[in-house]
Design a binder for this molecule. Structure first.
Ligand SMILES: Cc1cc2nc3c(=O)[nH]c(=O)nc-3n(C[C@H](O)[C@H](O)[C@H](O)COP(=O)(O)OP(=O)(O)OC[C@H]3O[C@@H](n4cnc5c(N)ncnc54)[C@H](O)[C@@H]3O)c2cc1C
Length: 295
């Protein structure tokens, strides 16, 4: 295997895969390094707002909801959106993105390989491979090793959820500032399960409090769950820039997720696309990213 690439992308999430997609058939040789064997699965509720509408995702991979039910301090409001919110499984999203770059003449994908270190223009993997880059793209999520290498701090919100086997039809938000402060509880119906979770800021609510509120909501709604199956992760919302000489940050690694809602897939896709354009054409001005950085 070649060990010198024009562009090395660390992470095959939405940001890294979209970046590679935009670099497809360019004059750049690209290596994506992904720590997982299977591309796609990630702790995420899989909600897509209209901000992701610039990216074509086949309709048969999503469920679509124009009607939203909002419980504000337990009082119900129904709203209808012009642009429906969709849900998608992260496995389906990842595999669809992968299908668009598979077998590209200029893109190689190295799965099941974690990057452990970066030094000057080299990355080192845990199985002791060394790759050289001209450009490095940190698409490695909220706990980004590239971000750490750049010495940038992160700030995190958190999301916990249960996947309930029951298939529901209502897209629901519970907003209750007394209990949840600036956080909320979501119910996102998917094709074969329902994702119900809590989003919160750790400065306002402890993980234990958030978990208790989530579980009480499930119990009050007669939904069964196994406490062992709770899933959760951090979301980095601390944007400090996305271009650092020959190193770029995209998606959660760049802190592009929304602090208010935790939404990050659309920003990951947009930043992956825009950074690829910047790599191809150094004079390219990334107005889309400038918009994102203010969210
Ligand atoms: C509980 C929860 C619910 C969420 N719900 C939503 C939602 O409904 N809608 C929404 O828009 N956003 C949601 N988000 C946020 C969303 O998941 C992220 O914003 C989005 O996944 C960011 O994409 P990314 O490509 O930047 O990073 P990621 O999707 O995190 O992908 C990073 C990739 O890098 C790989 N990687 C990491 N480190 C290394 C390494 N050292 N070497 C090699 N590979 C590495 C990982 O395996 C992963 O594949 C949620 C987040 C959480 C935690």
């Amino acid at each position: 295997m070649n060990n010198k690439y024009d562009v090395i992308i660390i992470g095959a999430g939405p940001a890294g895969l979209e970046c590679a997609h935009q670099l497809k058939n360019s004059d750049k040789s690209v290596l994506i390094i992904e720590k997982n064997e299977i591309i796609g699965p990630k702790i995420c509720a899989g909600g897509l707002t209209n901000l992701a509408n610039n990216f074509y995702i086949p309709e048969n991979k999503t469920r679509s909801f124009a009607k939203q039910i909002i419980f504000l301090n337990k009082k119900q409001y129904n709203i209808t959106l012009v642009n429906p919110i969709k849900t998608i499984s992260r496995l389906d999203l990842g595999q669809y993105q992968l299908s668009k770059i598979k077998n590209s003449r200029n893109i190689q994908i190295l799965k099941n390989t974690k990057v452990k270190e970066i030094e000057n223009n080299k990355v080192f993997t845990i199985d002791n491979q060394i790759f050289h880059f001209k450009y490095l793209v940190g698409a490695d999520g909220s706990n980004s090793i590239v971000r750490k290498y750049l010495g940038l701090k992160s700030e995190f919100c958190f999301g916990f959820y249960y996947e309930i086997p029951k298939i529901t039809n209502d897209f629901v938000w519970h907003v209750n500032p007394k209990e949840l402060k600036s956080g909320y509880i979501w119910t996102f119906p998917h094709k074969n399960h329902t994702n119900i979770g809590v989003y919160f800021h750790p400065r306002q609510l402890s993980a234990k409090e958030a978990k208790n509120i989530l579980e009480k909501t499930l119990t009050d709604n007669g939904l069964k769950f196994s406490t062992k199956k709770i899933k959760g992760s951090a979301i980095n919302y601390c944007f400090k820039g996305y271009m650092f000489n020959k190193i770029f940050l995209v998606g959660d690694a760049a802190g592009l997720a929304s602090k208010t809602t935790g939404e990050g897939i659309s920003f990951a896709l947009t930043s992956g696309k825009e950074i690829a354009k910047k790599i191809i054409e150094s004079n390219y001005t990334t107005t889309e990213l400038n918009k994102n950085s203010k969210n």
